[in-house]
Design a protein. Sequence first.
Length: 145
Amino acid sequence: MARFSSKPRKQRKLLYDAPAHRRHRRLAASLSPELQAKYNLRSFPVRKGDTGRILRGDYTGIEGKITRVDTKGYRVYIEGVTKEKADGTTVQVPVSSSKITLAKLNLDDKWRKKALEEKAEVPSSTPVTAKTAEAYSKPTQSKEA
């Protein structure tokens, strides 16, 4: 059976039936401009212990450590992103990895560190430089005539 299909039904089936190593790769988040410049990568798979900042949604701007990665539901749980239930208990809110950017990576694992360095060595078609990182971090200025 072919792994790729343009039919939505088969795309969903591939997501639901994906093995663990493919699920982990799909849970990648974009890197912050500083990390993009440092490692010459735009995104990297999310892992428990990384620090992420939420870009979109009700919890925009919240930054915290990733406490849990749910590969079955394709969601990430971030410290400080909670809501109160009707009975008064607080629960963590799951966030999609596409809505976060990684501000700091957990490099305790030597294999992950090695993979990051190997990927950084490979030249990409559009390298990220310190100049482009500055452009992302600076606020946009409005032109006044």
